[in-house]
Design a protein around this ligand. Structure first.
Ligand SMILES: Nc1ncnc2c1ncn2[C@@H]1O[C@H](COP(=O)(O)OP(=O)(O)OP(=O)(O)O)[C@@H](O)[C@H]1O
Length: 374
């Protein structure tokens, strides 16, 4: 099996802090894998271990069928692009890009690779400049070019776009996606691992995404699966913007019907499709998750709705995001804008939850509730 495999990888720093706990992960050759998670979850530590810049405390890292635990970074056939571009300030862009190839191949081959990469990255006109004469985005592209010319089997990116403004980030994001596809089309598939804390970057770039929290993998899946089938409360809360509404509720059984109690905020009947999953539950607390697009605004006295007060409105142009208070609980609704539509802070409304789209989580460990075995 080629690609990259991590077997029970642990990292314990010299001060005794355990940053990674038994990471098990297989990344296919040519795959674009994103590591995402909040600050401190150890995504950079994991990437640096794959690059060989951090030692492996326990476990095994395999790249292209070879255990690399003891292999020096320069011998791993990986190219790493950092957040700070680390260009040589006294060298021209051309020399920066050519540097790692010198002595390894004929000069005309180096020249061909540098010029081809520069053209792809639209920096051909900058080749004679020095890094001090470039913008942040241009430096970033030079750093990328320097990695591309090496034609590595593995690219490792550590938040490479975080210093760029919003517009440049989007354009660079597309360039990276294109580069990945182009290399694949040319029969030179490169495995890419990309670290970010930005879930939009993660969702738009990754073939698959590995969500980490406190040094533990929470879920590894395609973006669409992470969004629609989060494995636990952490992933549900982390993926999606605005975040999923998550509330502890109590299941109530009245005769044969199940309702959800939101305490002082009221009760809602459960549709049969959801109630089925809760057949074994009686007067128990669970955590209910519902995405803002599955919360609709209705009148304050509408049946089967939670009475709410509008707090804050975010007008996004194409859609409205409404923050509401429901007896001390915070709910967010999101829906397409339409002309003439208006709500005011302080207005009393009702919230209709499309519970057929609800996610149900165990109150204790946060894992998604499956139908229980009978
Ligand atoms: N040399 C070190 N010694 C001890 N602890 C460290 C060391 N380097 C990192 N850590 C700790 O390991 C954890 C993971 O750090 P890491 O930089 O990998 O996180 P991250 O997810 O990449 O965070 P960020 O998004 O903020 O860069 C953090 O709690 C950090 O404080």
């Amino acid at each position: 099996m080629s690609g990259i495999q991590l077997h029970d990888v642990k990292k314990i720093y010299p001060n005794g802090f355990q940053a990674l706990h038994g990471i098990e992960l297989s990344i296919q050759e040519g795959e674009f894998m994103v590591f995402v998670g909040p600050s401190g979850c150890a995504k950079s530590t994991l990437l640096r271990m794959i690059a060989g810049l951090e030692s492996v405390s326990e476990g095994e890292i395999v790249i292209q069928n070879r255990c690399v635990n003891q292999v020096l970074p320069k011998d791993r056939e990986v190219a790493m692009v950092f957040q700070n571009y680390a260009l040589y300030p006294h060298m021209t862009v051309y020399k920066n890009m050519a540097f790692s190839l010198q002595g390894k191949m004929p000069r005309d081959e180096i020249d061909r690779r540098v010029r081809e990469a520069a053209e792809n990255l639209e920096i051909s006109h900058l080749l004679e400049r020095k890094p001090g004469q470039l913008s942040g985005g241009q430096c970033q592209r030079v750093a990328l070019g320097r990695a591309i010319v090496r034609r590595p089997r593995v690219f490792l990116f550590d938040e490479p776009l975080s210093n760029l403004d919003a517009k440049l980030r989007v354009s660079m994001r597309l360039q990276l996606i294109n580069l990945h596809q182009q290399l694949k089309a040319e029969g030179l598939p490169s495995t890419m691992i990309y670290v970010t804390h930005d879930q939009v970057e993660a969702m738009t770039m990754g073939d698959r995404i590995c969500v980490l929290d406190r040094g533990v993998i929470q879920q590894v899946d395609k973006p669409v699966t992470l969004y629609h089938q989060p494995a636990n409360k952490f992933v549900a809360a982390f993926i999606g913007s605005p975040a999923m509404n998550l509330h502890d509720v109590t299941i109530m059984r009245n005769a044969d019907a199940l309702t959800l109690s939101f305490g002082d905020a009221g009760h809602l009947p459960l549709p049969a499709s959801v109630a089925e999953r809760l057949n074994d539950y009686n007067e128990e607390q669970i955590c209910l998750g519902i995405r803002p697009e599955h919360v609709a605004i209705t009148t304050a006295d509408a049946p089967a709705a939670l009475p709410a007060t509008v707090q804050t409105l975010e007008h996004m142009g194409n859609e409205e995001i409404v923050h509401c208070d429901v007896a001390g609980r915070h709910f967010v609704a999101r829906f397409p804008s339409s002309p003439g539509w208006s709500l005011q802070p302080g207005e009393r409304i009702g919230l209709h939850l499309a519970l057929e789209h609800a996610h149900l989580f165990d109150i204790n460990h946060g894992r998604v509730l499956r139908p229980m075995a009978r």
